[in-house]
Design a protein around this ligand. Structure first.
Ligand code: G3H
Ligand code: 13P
Ligand code: NA
Ligand code: ZN
Length: 328
């Protein structure tokens, strides 16, 4: 059944678990997410980015999620719009039937330029008024995703600030977070703690100076009733980097957010954990290996099926690790 983000995250807070929010673009990702949720009895958040809408088209994406709900009627599903760049974009998704939207007012409507605090409050508050009138939840974002190692936003997939960011911009301030939640009435708040989108988050396994889990604790102490969201939370599995590179890929050394660190965040108010890159890496590794090992195969279903299994394995592991399993 389709449920709102608020319903799911309230339950997650009450029972102390986190929910992975997987980006979805195609049938294979959707199947991997739902089969893993079905096997572990987990509630689901699937999110559609602007890039996904461009790739699949909004109607296909919408019906893909509706098809998942039809095939797995016993699993609660949140249909979430990821990184909306304006209230108008969010309004369109509400009209399409999304049960949750993200108004990312940390950036201007070009999706690149860091916005002022006042701008962020204004667009987020307006989106919340509109969405709540329709029973739809809203995620806001305060602070800009970016690497505390390099000061870069790490926006290789086109979602994120352009150019250099200051330390202040890349770490959400707890006092400002309290003021923001009070003024906007958001259902969930994405915070900046040193993660960034894509595969290139850290040049070495991250330590507390570049991945500020301590900041989550400070924010949670200040606003204990607000559901926190971690973006850029792929773990960048070293096993999959190895498979990709063994079968003709070229991905340089890089590290993601360790699952244990995410679990530490979940102990301190993180309820939604955004993951896209890990499924991309698993799919690419599995397809490269399959094509290389079965050079005579030309049936896409064969290599796409192995991509489903690879992505499903990641989904299963996250549902278990985050405590989502058993809560559907
Ligand atoms: O928000 C970031 C996600 O990884 C979506 O990326 O815009 O390439 O679909 P995308
Ligand atoms: P990753 O690139 O780490 O998977 O993050 C995805 C994300 O935050 C989508 O909003
Ligand atoms: Na989001
Ligand atoms: Zn994101």
């Amino acid at each position: 059944a389709l449920i709102s983000m608020r319903q799911l995250l309230d339950h997650a807070a009450e029972f102390g678990y986190g929910v992975p929010a997987f980006n979805v673009n195609n049938l294979e990702q959707m199947r991997a997410i739902m089969e893993a949720a079905d096997e572990t009895d987990s509630p689901v958040i699937v999110q559609a980015s602007a890039g996904a809408r461009k790739y699949a088209g909004a109607p296909f994406l919408r019906h893909l999620i509706l098809a998942a709900i039809e095939e797995f009627p016993h699993i609660p599903v949140v249909m979430h719009q990821d990184h909306g760049t304006s209230p108008a974009v969010c309004q369109r998704s509400i009209q399409l039937g999304f049960s949750s939207v993200m108004m990312d007012g940390s950036l201007k409507d070009d999706g690149k330029t860091p916005a002022s605090y006042e701008y962020n409050v204004d667009v987020t508050r307006r989106t919340v008024e509109m969405a709540h009138a329709c029973g739809v939840s809203v995620e806001g974002e305060l602070g800009c995703l970016g690497s505390l190692e390099t000061g870069e936003a790490g926006e290789e997939d086109g979602i994120g600030a352009e150019g250099k960011l200051t330390m202040d911009q890349m770490l959400t301030d707890p006092e400002e977070a309290a003021d923001f939640v009070k003024k906007t009435n958001v259902d969930a708040l994405a915070i900046a703690i040193g993660t960034s989108h894509g595969a290139y988050k850290f040049t070495r396994p991250p330590t507390g100076d570049v991945l500020a889990i301590s900041r989550i604790k400070e924010i949670h102490e200040r606003i204990p009733n607000t559901h926190l969201v971690m973006h850029g939370s792929s773990s960048v599995p070293q096993e999959w980097l190895k498979v990709i590179n063994e079968f003709g890929g070229e991905i340089p050394e890089t590290y993601g957010v360790p699952v244990e660190e995410i679990c530490e965040g979940i102990k301190h108010g993180v309820r939604k954990v955004n993951i896209d890159t890990d499924l991309r890496l698993a799919a690419t590794g599995a397809i490269r290996r399959s094509l290389s090992e079965s050079p005579a195969n030309f049936d896409p279903r064969k290599y796409l099926a192995v991509s489903v299994s690879a992505m499903k394995e990641i989904c299963l592991a996250r549902y278990e690790a985050f405590g989502t399993a058993g809560n559907a």
